[in-house]
Ligand binder design. Sequence first.
Ligand SMILES: [Zn+2]
Length: 216
Amino acid sequence: MNNLPKTPDTQPDIMDIAAPLAAQLVNESLPKHIDEVIAEIDEKFPQEEGPSLAQLWKYREEVRAKYGLPECGGRWRDPQAYINTMEDFLGREHIDIRAKYEFEPFFNEYPTAGAVTFESSAFRDVTIVASVSSSNNFYGLRKRANYLAHEAVHGMQQKRSPRMPNEIGEREAYYYQMLTPQRIRETDDIFTFIATVIEPYIVGSVELNERMNEKR
Ligand SMILES: [Zn+2]
């Protein structure tokens, strides 16, 4: 083929180039629905024991619906947009957000705590304490977005079911925060991510909460 003379007949038609490009653009602007992505993953990695991804996703979306939480999956790319959305959401729910530096003694006592939610009392509303960030510090913004996602679940739990068992509370918070559509689409092995990241985080936070409760 390469040795053929370059006559007009052997020139690629412009449509041969344009058509595949157009197909690619369509695919990029219309990604598969998340349910379809999940069904494909479940087919590829059938679980012998434990829930399927479809079941875990359903649980995560029930948590989100129960508290009326906005989708937090986009926060990695645009943390500021998610922070703004959550500050509005928490304001409407009368959940106070305070800066971490105002609670220095608490975080000195529990150095592994990244953020915290305090129950309401006679003196205050339910209060979320999270790090603040300047608007040009991308990693700081991501950190704040992460903490707001997690603590917003605890804030809503404090308002709606303050006696919820610790482990259920952490499970709700971590699945909302971490089992996002983006994570499902972009993680090669989501079941390993769940087993080695999400579930150990739940255990770690339950232990930390128990230590805090003992001291009260
Ligand atoms: Zn937590």
